[in-house]
Ligand binder design. Structure first.
Ligand code: HEM
Ligand SMILES: *[C@@H]1O[C@H](CO)[C@@H](O)[C@H](O)[C@H]1NC(C)=O
Ligand SMILES: *[C@@H]1O[C@H](CO)[C@@H](O)[C@H](O)[C@H]1NC(C)=O
Ligand SMILES: *[C@@H]1O[C@H](CO)[C@@H](O)[C@H](O)[C@H]1NC(C)=O
Ligand SMILES: *[C@@H]1O[C@H](CO)[C@@H](O)[C@H](O)[C@H]1NC(C)=O
Length: 610
């Protein structure tokens, strides 16, 4: 039977609706593009496309000749042979000396005394440079494939509306949706999410990440993950492909101009109880995604159109708005002759720099659990062959669906808010104010991302959407991604997870570990001990992340100097930015602020904050 998937509309909520042939969807009156994809081509007569077997190892490129012949292009892979499996001499030496990722991780997270020494010597720089180069070397730059082009093409390079792809899509004519392995069909996405990903009881993150961390993750990443549903899956609205602070300033010039005060470089704002907040949509007429019926006076205007969704996002929008306007005041004192435009543009570069510093030195530091003290210092890369520039990958967007972070309810100043009270409720932000929200979010523990069974039912539809998206865009199986990132493919579900129930259920759903899909693989892999997620999330996520952060133009030799940031004063702001300063330079009192919950005397996580 033929199944047709139809995707309609540009709404943030509710994409990926699945309907059967014959049903029509009119996109709620919007001129949404309709995508029709057909999964029934898999049984066409004739030979199986040999590239469906993913024969080429070690980054070799599979090229089909005739009907059933293929060649692997092993150029510069360090391997040769039909399938690029035979290592050249130096590859053999290199592979022999290279420590396994779990060994490196173990060293980086143990032996306090070594790190206490290293943190204070030149070795910190040496190791940080190594982390940056080893990780970024896994990301092709310039970018390669996208969801339409599984081979190199000018269109794929040039058309920024596509997310790039690290691995090309599974060819359309393969016997199974995922190549040749596994069952004829894939498990029903709803059933998959219901039986393995949906939360049973809340499981706190053993690393102690809090909601301040969770909302930072969501806020930060939604400047570059902006799937453009109107154009179809695999497209993005965020054409800068990186850290451009488009979530503060809007992703296009028209929107930016509506958000700007056009005076002294500042952004528009409103004052409530003597404190600065983003303006209302009545004051800054930009489109925001709110449920129908919310008056413009009750909507807040933010660069990112979906940030009215959660008070946690409104909180960060407020902090960055205040910081931008504060930086403008500082710059104005330094440069009384500068016009609005120059003040604005320079402040924006400072905001981008502050963001990158906070992300590397606090956010990634926390997430990694490394005892090596991470350092944001673009100088480290100036004598390497690091390539500036970045393109956001579909795989990065998929793996960043960290919805298990979300708790069962939100505790603020003695009140408990459930989801219906929390979502789209602008009054939460202004009623409690920045200090109380920061304090509350910093004290409430977030959920563990890996290990399964931890997505709150409010957001399980998002996980279902991610799985449907990956199928429509024909993402390669989890194990192919393991190999692409130099990890050993798993040989069984029991090796993949130590949870008997997960292993059995996956076995039944997929039949073959090589058929396991990317996103379920990411979320269900056994977690590292005491960690928020498993090996694959770190080994695949970190390269995308670090390449994106250091590939930013401000990190390049031509930009990374005081004059770019309005002189030494501005450069100092970038070089000393912290999460705490972001909050405390922009609020009356300084609350508890961190990416992890406070530690008890014993040093373990205080789950009594719940
Ligand atoms: C209660 C909190 C949250 C709600 C209600 C929510 C809801 C949603 C919705 C409705 C989508 C769009 C799904 C689709 O179009 O199919 C989405 C996408 C996404 N969410 Fe969340 N989310 C929440 C928290 C988070 C958090 C904490 C993160 C952490 C990083 C996150 C990461 C993402 C990512 C990466 C996407 C894909 C964005 C894109 O491709 O445009 N979300 N979320
Ligand atoms: C190359 O890979 C194909 C498909 O996996 C396999 O059938 C074949 O035996 C391999 N050939 C060599 C020489 O390794
Ligand atoms: C080294 O850095 C790590 C990470 O910031 C930190 O946990 C550790 O305490 C540091 N050691 C010293 C002596 O600074
Ligand atoms: C990018 O590709 C899409 C799909 O083919 C097309 O609609 C769009 O116009 C292209 N964008 C540019 C700038 O050419
Ligand atoms: C919105 O949040 C306030 C707290 O600021 C709460 O009292 C109210 O019930 C919420 N509104 C809705 C519609 O849930």
């Amino acid at each position: 039977m033929m199944k047709i998937i139809v995707v309609v509309g540009d709404q943030f909520i509710g994409r990926g609706e699945k309907i059967t042939v014959g049903e029509a969807v009119n996109g709620g009156g919007k001129s949404g593009r309709v995508d029709v994809l057909d999964f029934a081509k898999t049984d066409i007569a004739g030979k199986v496309n040999p590239c469906c077997y993913f024969p080429c190892q070690h980054w070799g490129v599979c090229v089909r000749y005739g009907e059933d012949r293929y060649e692997c292009d092993c150029t510069r892979t360090g391997y040769y042979g039909k399938n690029c499996t035979i290592p050249k001499f130096w590859t053999r030496v290199h592979d022999f000396l290279k420590p396994r990722p779990d060994v490196v991780h173990y060293i980086l997270t143990h032996f306090h005394w070594i790190w206490d020494v290293i943190n204070h010597t030149f070795l910190r720089d040496v190791l940080m440079r190594l982390v940056l180069t080893v990780r970024s070397n896994l990301i092709p730059s310039p970018p390669t494939f996208n969801s339409k082009y599984g081979y190199l093409s000018w269109e794929s390079y040039y058309n920024l509306s596509y997310y790039t792809r690290i691995l090309p899509p599974v060819p359309e004519d393969c016997p199974t949706p995922i190549g040749v392995k596994g069952k004829d069909g894939l498990p029903d996405p709803e059933l998959l999410v219901e039986s393995l990903l949906k939360r049973r009881t809340f499981r706190p993150d053993p690393q102690g990440s809090n909601l301040m961390f969770a909302f930072f993750a969501q806020h930060f990443t939604h400047q570059f993950f902006k799937t453009y549903n109107r154009m179809g899956l695999g497209f993005t609205k965020a054409l800068a492909h990186g850290v451009d602070a488009g979530h503060v300033y809007g992703d296009n010039l028209q929107r930016q101009l509506k958000l700007r005060l056009l005076h002294d470089g500042k952004l528009k704002y409103q004052v409530i109880d003597g404190e600065m907040y983003p303006p209302t949509v009545a004051e800054a007429p930009v489109r925001m995604s709110y449920p129908p019926g919310v008056a413009p006076e009750d909507q807040i205007a933010i660069g990112q159109e979906v940030f009215g969704l959660l008070p946690g996002l409104g909180l960060y929008a407020t902090l960055w708005l205040r910081e931008h306007n504060r930086v403008c005041d500082v710059l104005k004192v330094e440069h009384p002759t500068w016009d609005d435009e120059q003040l604005f543009q320079t402040a924006r570069l400072i905001i981008i720099g502050e963001t990158i510093r906070i992300v590397i030195e606090e956010y990634v530091q926390h997430l990694s659990g490394y005892l090596l003290q991470l350092k944001f210092d673009p100088n480290l890369l100036f004598n390497t062959d690091f390539q500036y520039g970045n393109r956001i990958a579909l795989e990065f967007s998929q793996l960043y669906h960290w919805h298990p972070l979300m708790p069962d309810s939100f505790f603020i100043n003695g009140d408990e808010l459930n989801y219906p009270q929390f979502l789209f409720n602008t009054s939460v932000l202004t009623r409690y104010g920045v200090e109380k929200l920061v304090d509350a979010f910093s004290r409430q523990v977030a959920g563990q991302i890996g290990g399964g069974y931890n997505i709150h039912s409010v957001v399980t539809p998002v996980a279902v959407g991610a799985i449907k998206e990956s199928r429509q865009l024909r993402m390669q199986p989890f194990n192919e991604y393991r190999k692409r990132f130099n990890l050993k493919p798993y040989t069984s579900f029991r090796e993949f997870t130590d949870n008997e129930e997960v292993a059995l259920t996956l076995e039944e759903f997929y039949g073959d570990i090589d058929a396991l899909e990317f996103y379920p693989g990411m979320l269900l892999e056994k977690t590292r001990s005491g960690s928020i997620f498993g090996e694959s999330m770190v080994e695949m996520g970190a390269p995308f992340s670090l390449k994106g952060l250091l590939g930013n133009p401000i990190c390049s030799p031509g930009y990374w100097k005081p004059s770019t940031f309005g002189g030494q004063v501005g450069f100092d702001i970038v070089n000393s930015a912290t999460l705490q300063k972001l909050v405390c330079l922009n609020s009356r009192t300084c609350p508890y602020v961190a990416f992890r919950v406070p530690q008890s005397e014993k040093g373990d996580i205080r789950t009594d904050e719940l």
